[in-house]
Design a protein around this ligand. Structure first.
Ligand SMILES: [Zn+2]
Length: 427
């Protein structure tokens, strides 16, 4: 099958999305967290209508939904039988780096050199940092000017899904079942799926297009909890404190000292290893509040980590009579893998689509969470597919336009595979 992808149009769309500031805001209490995200969602709504998508709808809380209807002929044996699948990407960019005045630069026919970014020459995009760049000889590479992030996370995904829509609508000879499109906001602050309307979306399974290296399908995320540890001492006038004062700051230092130094920390783990990570502390003599995140691929790992926190708390309470340590655990998200295992075709067809696009298919785990992890928990199984972009949340973020085309090609094949053999499954 000849898949015709309008590469220039895809690149123009991508660059136009990058230029719109859509940084999300962790401190905000509004939905979406920054109203500027709606600017890009409005633009996407208009573009979806322009390309001829159906059921285009806008939700003020920060979502756009659309459908590319099934196009099987009347007499096709699979007509009306193909499960709807969805593709999801987020409009917001990370609050960690500025997203204002993004000026993307296109480097055509890349030849393997270090790319020094013109407006901050200390920022260098190099195959030494991301070896994947060495595989992009001859490609068009998009970078920033060195002063902002690019926002390829996840605007590459938006452009790829829009281009998938264009390709399917312009080439009716590519047969497919119902294809659902969902654009979200506030993914970077962990709230992308909060108000996502699964019922209205109406897909059997979905894919976030929010990964990185070409060929990679991610079907596992961490299980994640957070702990708030409140450490209470006793404050007395320091001049008259002998035998009375219990300094919460010193108890806290002792508590933090107990975290393992050679394992279970972000700086000593990789792959499938979990960690327990203190990341914020507010401390005074009387009371200290320590914020800790707990991460593991297995729920049992989180239980062990909670056990460690409780054990350390008891040890300190016993060695400092009068002190009191409370631990409050909050449930965050869970690994999507057990649910995806119940419907293996979702990941299997994605891997097959990657191979059909001439790429080496690889499964990977995400040492973090995605909208997909939350959607999966809400009942819509949603693994993650590569975008071709790298160095997320950095001024050295880059994407290969050629690899973006590979993503679109993979998505076209994936819709074809669902049409041929996708089975309705449990939702
Ligand atoms: Zn992302």
């Amino acid at each position: 099958m000849d898949i015709r992808i309008d590469r220039k149009e895809m690149l123009d769309r991508f660059l136009s999305y990058c230029r719109i500031d859509t940084k999300s805001d962790e401190e905000s209490t509004t939905r979406p967290s920054s109203l500027k995200q709606l600017d890009l969602l409005r633009k996407l709504e208009t573009e979806l209508s322009e390309i001829g998508a159906s059921e285009v709808s806008f939700d003020e809380r920060g979502y756009v939904y659309a459908t590319i209807p099934e196009n099987l002929p009347e007499d096709h044996p699979r007509r009306g039988k193909v499960p709807a699948i969805g593709f999801v990407a987020h409009v917001d960019t990370s609050p960690a780096v500025t997203g204002k005045n993004v000026s993307p630069i296109v480097h055509d026919n890349y030849q393997g050199e270090d790319i020094v970014l013109p407006n901050d020459k200390t920022q260098v995009v190099s195959p030494k940092e991301t070896p994947e760049l060495a595989d992009c000889i001859g490609h068009s590479i998009v970078t920033t000017d060195g002063t902002t992030l690019l926002g390829a996370d996840n605007k590459a995904g938006l452009a790829e899904i829009m281009t998938l829509g264009c390709t399917l609508l312009r080439q009716p000879e590519i047969l497919h079942g119902p294809v659902k499109i969902g654009f979200t906001s506030d993914e970077e602050i962990g709230k992308g799926a909060d108000c996502f309307d699964i019922q209205k979306f109406g897909a059997e399974a979905a894919y976030t297009i929010d990964g990185s290296t070409v060929g990679e399908i991610e079907d596992e995320t961490f299980c994640a909890d957070s702990a708030t540890v409140t450490i209470r001492g006793r404050n007395v006038h320091p001049g008259y404190a002998k035998g009375k004062m219990i300094n919460s700051m010193k108890l806290t230092a002792e508590f933090i000292e107990k975290f393992p130094k050679d394992r279970l920390s972000p700086e000593t783990t990789e792959g499938r290893e979990g960690y327990i990570h203190p990341h914020r502390l507010v401390s005074e003599e009387e009371t200290s509040v320590l914020h800790v995140i707990l991460r593991d691929f297995e729920e049992s790992g989180l239980v062990e980590q909670q056990g460690l926190l409780r054990k350390w708390a008891t040890e300190i309470e016993e060695s400092h009579p009068g002190s009191k340590i409370d631990i409050e655990i909050k449930h965050y998200y869970r690994n999507m893998k057990p649910r995806l295992n119940e419907s293996p075709q979702i990941v299997d067809l994605a891997l097959e689509a990657v191979a059909k696009s001439g790429l080496e298919a690889k499964k990977n785990v995400i040492r973090g969470g995605t909208d997909g992890a939350v959607l999966t928990a809400m009942g819509l199984p949603t693994p993650n597919i590569f975008t071709g972009a790298h160095n997320f949340h950095s001024k050295r973020e880059w994407v290969s336009v050629n690899n973006m085309e590979k993503t679109v090609e993979t998505l076209v094949h994936l819709t074809g595979l669902w049409m041929e053999k996708g089975k309705p499954g449990k939702r």
